[in-house]
Design a protein around this ligand. Structure first.
Ligand code: GLN
Length: 195
């Protein structure tokens, strides 16, 4: 994904790797395992501190890790996004699906994109500071809060670049720093404050 955008990337496995990067993607996978690994490598606090200054994007299990509250006591979420998440909320692997979703990136940019949900989580609450960029079946699938972006799906499986551009591509028109504050329209999601 990054090489297509001409952005250099490397894997981050231990806290000191974060010194080499200006942004981070927490990928899909298994959030219980990711949480255990972060814990055993003492990375939770480092990631939270990193997220204060740098863009962080979470896809699927990565989004679960970015949430404030998760419906599974085994997960120690980082709290980068003020949302409540329900893991595996669509059901088992067999209930995974590809859907067409309309995303509102800003007034000019509304795009329908193929959205691959794999044993995906559901975002069941968002706070007022969260911008919902797209919803499927009434549930947010892409949320943005400042320089933190969470996706319940896998953009890489459909070769979708725009989310990476929002967070990491300063040349792109949708780069988050180019946006006037609050220029992303809210979608009609009922906003519930996260306790
Ligand atoms: N079901 C996984 C979890 O809860 C997420 C799946 C994914 O990342 N595609 O961690």
């Amino acid at each position: 994904m990054f090489s297509r955008l001409g952005i250099e990337s490397c894997s981050v496995k231990v806290s000191s790797d974060l010194d080499k990067v200006d942004g981070l993607v927490l990928p899909g996978g298994e959030s219980t395992t990711i949480s255990l690994l972060l814990d055993s490598n003492n990375m939770n606090k480092t990631l939270i501190d990193f997220g204060k200054s740098y863009p962080v994007m979470g896809t699927c299990a990565g989004l679960i890790m970015m949430a404030k509250t998760v419906s599974d006591a085994r997960i120690k979420p980082l709290g980068l996004l003020d949302i409540v998440v329900d893991r595996n909320a669509y059901g088992r692997q067999i209930q995974s699906s590809k859907e067409m979703v309309r995303y509102n990136f800003n007034e000019q940019t509304k795009i329908d994109l193929s959205t691959t949900l794999i044993r995906a989580p559901k975002i069941i609450k968002v706070s007022k500071k969260i911008n919902v960029l797209g919803k499927f079946d009434g549930t947010p699938v892409a949320v943005l809060s400042g320089h933190h972006l969470g996706l319940t799906f896998h953009p890489e499986l459909d070769e979708i670049n725009i989310f990476h551009q929002i967070l990491f591509d300063s040349q792109s028109e949708v780069f988050y720093k180019k946006k006037v504050e609050n220029s992303i329209p809210n979608m009609s999601l009922e906003r519930l404050d996260v306790e």
